[in-house]
Design a protein around this ligand. Structure first.
Ligand SMILES: [Zn+2]
Ligand SMILES: [Zn+2]
Length: 353
C-alpha cells in the first residue's frame, strides 16, 4: 500500500503558551482519533509532528496512525522558520520512499504549517532551498494563527495560505474539523488514484479564510514578535522558570484633540515551563528589547508557588516572584533586598516571543 505522508510543522514559540498550545495539543489528538475510524485514512495515512521555536525537533517520527500516541508540546523562545523548514526538509529526505522499477513510492507528502508570528531570524536561505528542492515535491498548506503580519512570508513558501482567526475554543474546534476533513478527502482521493490533495470546503470564513496571492501584505521579518510581549521569570521559592504573557491591546486616546492609539499590553497570564524550554530556545539571544512597565496592564501571581507578586524586577534585570517575606532573594543573581511597591516606570527586557 502506498503511503500518504502528512507532516505537521508547528510553531511552539512563546506567544503560543497558554490556551493556544493546549488547543493545538487537543486538536491533533482529535484528528488522529477521527482518522483511526476512517478505513481509507487507516490504510494510507502516515503522520509526523515537527515543532519549532528558536530550535526545531521531531516530536512524533513519521508513523502509521494506528500506533500514534498524542504528544505533549514544548514551548521555546524565538520563531526560527529557517530551523523549522530545515528540519522538515531533513525529515522529508530521510523518510520519503521514491518510486523505482520494483516499488511504488509515497504519494506526494502533505505539510500543514501552523505559525502565529513573524520569523525572528533570516529565513531566506532555507526558503530558497525549499523552493529548489521541495516545493513541487510536496503539497504545503501555510496557516497563520491570528496574525496577518506573517502572510507574506508564508506566501514565499506556498501558494496555499490561510488565515485562521483563533479567537475561541469553538474556532479551534471548527479549524481542526476542517483539517481532519481535508486529510480524509485526500486519502480517499489517493485511494481512487486521484490528485492526492483535496482540501475540504471552507464553510465559515469568519474562522478560516484563504488569502488571495495578489492581496498579500509585504514580507516582514523582524527580531521581535510585537503582537505579544513575553517576559521570562523565575520563582524565588521553587527556582522554576515561568513565562508572563501580554497581548497587544491598543486603546484609543485623545491627545490635544487628536485621536491616537496607545501601545498598551494586557495581561494574558503566567505559565510554568519545564526543561524543554531551554532546549527549544534560540541560542545567544540578548534581551536588548525592553518595554516599560507603564505600558503593561495587570500583573500576575506566581504560577509556581502562588506568591502574590509574580512580576518583581531585580536590579540585575531579571523578573522573579515575591511574597510576604521581609527580605527577598533574587533566584538569578542571589542579591537580597527589601522590595517596595512604589509607582514609576521600569524598562524590562522582553523575550523574542
Ligand atoms: Zn514563586
Ligand atoms: Zn537579580
Amino acid at each position: 500500500m502506498r503511503r500518504l505522508p502528512i507532516y505537521f510543522l508547528i510553531d511552539v514559540s512563546e506567544s503560543m503558551i497558554g490556551e493556544q498550545i493546549q488547543y493545538v495539543e487537543e486538536g491533533l489528538a482529535t484528528i488522529v482519533k477521527e482518522l483511526k475510524s476512517d478505513p481509507y485514512a487507516l490504510e494510507t495515512v502516515w503522520i509526523s509532528i515537527i515543532v519549532f521555536a528558536g530550535q526545531a525537533k521531531t516530536l512524533v517520527p513519521l508513523q502509521e496512525i494506528i500506533s500514534f500516541y498524542p504528544p505533549k508540546f514544548p514551548i521555546g523562545g524565538g520563531t526560527s522558520l529557517s530551523n523549522g523548514l530545515g528540519h522538515l526538509m531533513y525529515e522529508l529526505r530521510k523518510n520519503t520512499i521514491h518510486t523505482t522499477a520494483t516499488q511504488k513510492g509515497d504519494w506526494k507528502p502533505i505539510v500543514f504549517l501552523f505559525t502565529d508570528g513573524v520569523p525572528t531570524d533570516n529565513s531566506t536561505a532555507a526558503i530558497g532551498e525549499w523552493k529548489r528542492n521541495w516545493q513541487r515535491q510536496t503539497n504545503m498548506i501555510g496557516i497563520s494563527f491570528g496574525a496577518e503580519t506573517n502572510l507574506g512570508v508564508l506566501n514565499e513558501i506556498t501558494e496555499t495560505v490561510l488565515l485562521f482567526k483563533n479567537t475561541s475554543a469553538h474556532s479551534y474546534k471548527e479549524f481542526f474539523r476542517w483539517v481532519t476533513a481535508s486529510i480524509k478527502s485526500s486519502s480517499l482521493s489517493v485511494s481512487n488514484n486521484g490528485t492526492g490533495i483535496e482540501l475540504a470546503k471552507l464553510t465559515d470564513d469568519t474562522i478560516l479564510t484563504k488569502i488571495d496571492p495578489d492581496k498579500m501584505p509585504p514580507v516582514q521579518q523582524g527580531a521581535v514578535d510585537t503582537n505579544f510581549a513575553i517576559f521570562s521569570a523565575q520563582c524565588q521559592q521553587t527556582k522554576k522558570p515561568y513565562l508572563i504573557k501580554y497581548k497587544r491591546d491598543p486603546r484609543p486616546v485623545n491627545i490635544s484633540g487628536i485621536d491616537m492609539h496607545t501601545m498598551g499590553y494586557r495581561l494574558v497570564g503566567a505559565f510554568p515551563v519545564d526543561h524543554t524550554y531551554a532546549e527549544m530556545s534560540a541560542e545567544g539571544v540578548h534581551l536588548n528589547n525592553t518595554i516599560g512597565t507603564e505600558e503593561l496592564e495587570g500583573f500576575p501571581t506566581c504560577p509556581c508557588c502562588g506568591n502574590q507578586y509574580g512580576f518583581s524586577v531585580c536590579a540585575c534585570g531579571k523578573v522573579h516572584c515575591v511574597g510576604n517575606e521581609e527580605i527577598s532573594t533574587c533566584p538569578n543573581c542571589n542579591t537580597s533586598a527589601k522590595y517596595g511597591f512604589g509607582g514609576g516606570n521600569m524598562d524590562v527586557g522582553r523575550t523574542q516571543g
